[in-house]
Write a protein that binds this ligand. Structure first.
Ligand SMILES: NC(=O)c1ccc[n+]([C@@H]2O[C@H](COP(=O)([O-])OP(=O)(O)OC[C@H]3O[C@@H](n4cnc5c(N)ncnc54)[C@H](O)[C@@H]3O)[C@@H](O)[C@H]2O)c1
Length: 349
């Protein structure tokens, strides 16, 4: 079947990532790139890519069937709507846009034009996330009552536009959008009861340089999502508690383990010295009552994202990243901002 001709708009870090990979896929062809910065266009030329003179020139190129939008977050909406009105399908980088009203306009344009619009939620293909999702789906830990998902950086907010509100900067939109999407996907079908969040402004006053969110699903689990950027010691990437076991993934290399209870009834504990007191409650379990297991590491291939796009365009498949999911994700991020601003628990669904 015919290859899909793609233009990448915004050739910064992520635009180049897309362009480099598109050139390697047998089902796609990179028609060219467009960036408002001449220096980025120059880099693209040096890399052998065709460079369009303007966004209008991209839209006017009849060969182009798909536009990948990898610009600052505030430009996604206009680029996507103009592209769809010009008869192009669109992959937008995350966050899809800055608020749910804007997202409604994008969805309307997609419905009116019949063009595909989807979002690059690539962290659904993270091995660590899939490993945790798999063990929950297999009920390895019994009923799960809490999931903690954390990423910590130590350099504040990177770059320039990510520090500015006008461009949709801040960590909720940058990393939160991934971690929250993962939490929604691993709890698909469950209702969120409430959201409470705080944001940090340690290195930047204009936008959040980190946040903590507590998301309570009806009948569990309770999820903590934390993105912080002024932390010089890592915390575990995942910490998941079920009634029959606990799982941890410490880092991106998937170091971690599962510990399951063998004999709940054997509650004997030798008191331990804990600070200025002694405790049996917090003493570790004795070895014969628990068993440690290695993680079943799930390998995934991010290229499946593009295979799905190809299937959507050539074989009428449904996009894996749906607009309904993106609306819910955007509303969750809005609830996080609202909760942090009002210092209130937000009833969600
Ligand atoms: N999915 C992921 O894993 C991931 C990772 C990093 C970034 N991103 C997303 O990708 C997008 C770009 O981030 P980045 O890190 O590449 O930023 P970047 O600053 O490296 O690149 C952005 C580029 O867009 C260009 N640009 C801005 N407005 C434009 C416009 N109207 N038309 C054409 N070009 C324009 C800029 O000149 C710049 O070269 C953001 O939405 C970001 O959230 C996603």
């Amino acid at each position: 079947m015919e290859k899909v001709n793609v233009a990448v708009v915004g050739y910064g870090g992520m635009g180049k990532y897309h362009a480099d990979r598109i050139q390697k896929f047998s089902d796609f062809n990179l028609s060219g790139i467009y960036d408002i910065k001449e220096e980025r266009c120059e880099v693209a030329r040096e890399n052998g890519a065709n460079v369009y003179d303007s966004f209008e020139a991209v839209l006017a190129d009849e060969k182009v069937e798909l536009i990948v939008c990898a610009t600052y977050n505030d430009c996604h909406k206009d680029i996507a709507i103009r592209a769809m009105k010009a008869g192009k399908n669109v992959i937008s980088e995350k966050p899809v846009t800055l608020c749910s009203e804007d997202l409604s306009e994008i969805i309307k344009a997609s419905e009116e034009t019949g063009m595909l619009f989807t979002v690059h939620q690539n962290r659904r293909w993270d091995n660590d996330y899939r490993t945790i999702k798999n063990l929950i789906e297999k009920n390895e830990l019994g009923p799960v009552f809490s999931i903690d998902s954390r990423v910590y950086g130590s350099r504040g907010i990177p770059g320039d536009w990510r520090q500015e509100k006008v461009h949709g900067g801040g960590m909720v939109f940058d990393w939160g959008v991934h971690l929250l999407d993962q939490i929604l996907m691993m709890n698909e079908g469950k209702t969120i009861e409430s959201v409470y969040a705080t944001v940090t402004n340690i290195t930047n006053d204009e936008v959040d340089d980190g946040f903590r969110a507590l998301i309570k699903f009806r009948n569990g689990p309770e999820c903590v999502v934390e993105v912080l950027t002024n932390n010089f010691i890592e915390a575990p990437r995942w910490y998941v508690c079920g009634e029959n076991g606990t799982a941890i993934i410490s880092d991106w290399d998937l170091n971690g383990k599962i510990v399951k209870i063998k004999d709940w009834e054997k509650l004997d504990a030798v008191p331990i010295q804990a600070g200025a007191g002694i405790t049996k409650t917090m003493a570790p379990r004795t070895d014969e009552t628990i068993k440690e297991f290695p993680l079943e590491k799930i390998e995934v291939n991010w290229e499946d994202y593009y295979s799905n796009i190809y299937d959507c365009l050539r074989n009428g498949a449904k996009p894996l990243i749906t607009l309904e999911q993106q609306v819910r994700l955007m509303k969750l991020m809005e609830a996080i901002f609202e909760s942090a601003e009002k210092n209130e628990v937000i009833s969600f669904e």
